[in-house]
Ligand binder design. Structure first.
Ligand code: CA
Length: 194
């Protein structure tokens, strides 16, 4: 039974997210990366505002490696997407306030050029406390992109744990080599009801 739970969850999310049970989108600022410049970057442990678009921050495992930029050559919608190349392990990060005990669904459109292990790209949903630190007791959820060379919609869902003040949405690449690029666009988070 346990093995089947993620599939069942994802199927229910796919049904729930677009319809009446969706109680409202949360304010993930600049979800389609159309705003440029800087500002309103969320803060967290070793998160960088530099190289991040408005409403977002970035993180990289090896400072000074890899590159983040807004790209007009490959978009899911609008005129810009968020791209990252090289860097081994790095991510785009957004945050939105949540209520403990409520259910949340996040989804993003991600385009990868490689998905052969150990190369991995995921949409992650984590939690932070009122001080912006990682919420120690929270369940982190993660969904991996498995389709290469096209836009994939990936979804995560979880209940906000007691003590969580915010959901943290991350698009994470791992073992991305120099010359390899990942794009993301249209990243959303919603509170869903029973
Ligand atoms: Ca866009």
């Amino acid at each position: 039974m346990r093995l089947h739970l993620p599939c069942a969850l994802l199927m229910s999310v796919a049904i729930l997210a677009p319809v009446a049970h969706c109680q409202g989108l949360l304010p993930v600022k600049n979800p389609g990366f159309e705003e440029t410049g800087a500002g309103e970057n969320p803060t967290g442990p070793e998160w960088e505002a530099r190289d991040a678009p408005p409403g977002w921050s970035v993180w990289r495992i090896a400072p000074g490696t890899g590159r983040f930029w807004r790209d007009e050559s490959l978009v899911h919608s609008g005129k810009l997407s968020a791209a990252m190349t090289g860097g081994d392990c790095m991510c785009y990060i957004a945050r939105a306030p949540v209520t403990p005990g409520k259910q949340y669904v996040g989804w993003a459109h991600i385009y990868v050029t490689g998905a052969t292990p150990p190369r991995k790209t995921t949409l992650d949903l984590r939690w932070s406390d009122a001080n912006g630190a990682w919420h120690a007791g929270g369940q982190n959820v993660s969904t991996e992109v498995r389709t290469v060379g096209e836009w994939s919609r990936v979804t995560v869902a979880a209940e906000a744990p007691e003590g969580a003040a915010s959901a943290v949405v991350l698009i994470v690449v791992d073992k991305q080599r120099e010359g390899e690029t990942t794009w993301c666009d249209d990243v959303f988070l919603a509170e869903v009801g029973e």
